[in-house]
Each structure stands twice: as structure tokens, then as C-alpha cells.
Write a protein that binds this ligand. Structure first.
Ligand SMILES: [Zn+2]
Length: 348
């Protein structure tokens, strides 16, 4: 949490959520289980800690003070009344023993006399047994406890868990608001648009990124994608290399590259008259219509979902790169490995 804003802060894209949570705490009607739905990189875990501090800080007014011992302990994950449950290092899941331990902790009386809080983040990582174990607590909560579930995609949670939580939704911050906030928040001289080309409109992810490395990666991916459109990229070799080096970060860069083109297409009434993978915006040429771009975005999301799996990521990336070629190019010039393998599934 070192690079992150202090818990006394109010983040513009979270203001409505922060106000709603604060008013509920003030009126002592905050539900015992709250699902914080926050876009990736926009501060879901920060908001959960903010909410915990709002409950535990004895100097809180409409927001936690951010400076007292309670606030500092919550920010450092060292508050005895605030348990944080995350996938253990190297584990991709939140496991049942972790949830059981948290539930047992919640049953103990609080040190400070206020509520006991447990943060589960990302809640999508709860495995099935862990979710089932949590369900009992959601159905029969211990008095004075607060469960904060952080999720980017609540649809991935079991409906039984989802339905027992009060949901607070934080909207995506958007490019302009993200840039404005980063410029105001950070004293460092950073080329934020270049960083956002790598991480997307994700203000807290941008803050935590190494600016030079992020900008370099984005530029490299961008020039490769431009080259793909003119048939000058070895798709197989590129996919292979990207699958081994910075897979997730490169997917963010690709998503950005596509999103930029979707925005440009939208400015042209959805017809994408000048869209072409091989041209800088506004480029010349034909081909990448808005439908192809949205299909490619779907593929990026699918590819990201496979990041933790054992699926052959090189093939996944190759399929994605193919989708970013114009149809003429796809028809003949780049017989991909997928085709050679005769794998219909992976043929665009
Ligand atoms: Zn405080």
C-alpha cells in the first residue's frame, strides 16, 4: 500500500461509493456483508481498507482520519480487528482453511470495542469449498462483524454468496479523470499517457507501475501490432515470446491498443472508415471494422482469464494476433501454427 493514497483520501471515481458507505456507517445500518464491485486497477482493495478504517477509526467524521493508530494499522494490514484474506503467495485461490480462520477470528470480541472486519480480496479467488464455508457466516452473521468482499467481476462468485451481500458498485474512472487525478496526486514528473497505454485507465495500477518500463512495453507492443497489420510480423514467434515474457501486461497493452481504435471508430460513426492495424491513427486503409475490434476485445478478456491456467498461452496469443489482421491478410499471407496443426478451434 506504500504508493497508494492515504486512507483519509477521497478518490473522485469512488466518491459516491465512499459517501454511501460512510452514511450507512454513520446511521449504523451498514449491512454485515458488502460486495465492493470495483474495476481492476481502480482501487478495490484500497476501498475495502478505507471502509474498514471508516468503521474502526475513532476520529472518523465522514471519512477515516487516515492518521490515527487504527487507520495506520488498517493501511498496513496490522489491525487486530481487521483481517485480510487473500490468496497466499503462489496460490491462486483463497482456501477453506483461510476462510475458517477468518470466521473464527471474527467470532472473538473486538480489541477496540467496534466492529470486527474481514476483507476478502479478490473474492473471485474463493474456491468452491471456501465459498461454501463463507456462506454459513453470510446466512447467520455474528453480531458486530463486517465482511467486505472485493470483486471486479461478481458474476464469477456463486449466486448464493452474491445474493447475501449488499452491493456497492464503483464505475470505471475513464481516461480523462484518470489522467487528471494522476497529475494532481503524484509529484513525480511522469509521462502518464504513456503509462496508461500499458496499464489502461487504471489509476492505482498506474501509480504502482514502473513508468519507464510500462511505457517501453506499451511502445513495443504497439509497434508489433502495427507491424502485424502490414504483414511484417512473425505472428508465431511473437506469440511465443509474449507468452513467456509479460503475458498479462502485454494483454493490457493490446487491450489499450484496441480500445484506442474502438474510440476512433466511434468518432467515425461506428464505420471505422480509416481503421487499419498497420496504420497510426488516423491511418489509411481498410479492414479492422468495429465488429472485429470488439471480437478482439473479447479474445483479450478470454486470454486474461486463462492467465492462471495451464492452457498454451502462445496459441491463445497467436489467435488474438490473427484477429487483429485485416481479413485480406488473414486469408492468405499468414498461415499460423493453429492452421498447420489443423486445429479448427483456433482458426480465426
Ligand atoms: Zn483514524
Amino acid at each position: 500500500m506504500s504508493a497508494l493514497p492515504p486512507l483519509g483520501a477521497s478518490l473522485p471515481w469512488m466518491r459516491a461509493a465512499q459517501q454511501a458507505l460512510s452514511r450507512a456507517v454513520e446511521a449504523d445500518r451498514l449491512a454485515h456483508a458488502v460486495l465492493l464491485q470495483v474495476p481492476r486497477g481502480a482501487g478495490g482493495e484500497w476501498l475495502a481498507r478505507w471502509c474498514a478504517a471508516r468503521v474502526l477509526c475513532r476520529a472518523a467524521t465522514l471519512r477515516p482520519c487516515g492518521e490515527c493508530l487504527d487507520c495506520r494499522r488498517v493501511a498496513a494490514d496490522q489491525h487486530p480487528d481487521c483481517l485480510v484474506v487473500q490468496p497466499i503467495e503462489d496460490s491462486k485461490e483463497i482456501r477453506i482453511d483461510q476462510v475458517r480462520e477468518a470466521i473464527a477470528g471474527l467470532a472473538l470480541s473486538s480489541h477496540g470495542g467496534a466492529r470486527k472486519v474481514a476483507i476478502l480480496a479478490p473474492a473471485e479467488r474463493l474456491n468452491r469449498n471456501a465459498a461454501n464455508s463463507l456462506l454459513k457466516t453470510l446466512e447467520e452473521p455474528t453480531r458486530g462483524t463486517l465482511l467486505l468482499l472485493v470483486a471486479e467481476a461478481p458474476g464469477k462468485l456463486p449466486a448464493t454468496v452474491r445474493s447475501r451481500c449488499t452491493r456497492v458498485v464503483v464505475p470505471a474512472p475513464g481516461r480523462a479523470a484518470t489522467l487528471e487525478w494522476l497529475a494532481a496526486h503524484s509529484t513525480a514528473r511522469v509521462d502518464w499517457p504513456a503509462v496508461l497505454a500499458a496499464v489502461g485507465d487504471r489509476p492505482l495500477a498506474a501509480l504502482e507501475a514502473d513508468p519507464a518500463a510500462a511505457a517501453q512495453l506499451a511502445a513495443e507492443v504497439q509497434s508489433s501490432l502495427d507491424a502485424a497489420g502490414t504483414g511484417q510480423l512473425d505472428l508465431v514467434a511473437t506469440a511465443e515470446r509474449w507468452s513467456r515474457d509479460g503475458y498479462a501486461q502485454r494483454l493490457d497493452c493490446i487491450e489499450n491498443w484496441i480500445t484506442e481504435r474502438v474510440r476512433a471508430a466511434a468518432r467515425h460513426g461506428g464505420r471505422a472508415p480509416e481503421m487499419r492495424a498497420g496504420a497510426h491513427l488516423p491511418g489509411a486503409g481498410v479492414a479492422l471494422n468495429i465488429r472485429a475490434l470488439f471480437e478482439a476485445l473479447d479474445l483479450v478478456r478470454e486470454a486474461r482469464g486463462l492467465a492462471e491456467s495451464t492452457v498454451n498461452k502462445s496459441l491463445v496469443l497467436e489467435r488474438l494476433l490473427w484477429r487483429l489482421l485485416d481479413p485480406g491478410e488473414r486469408a492468405g499471407r499468414h498461415p499460423g501454427r493453429a492452421d498447420r496443426a489443423g486445429n479448427r478451434d483456433l482458426t480465426p
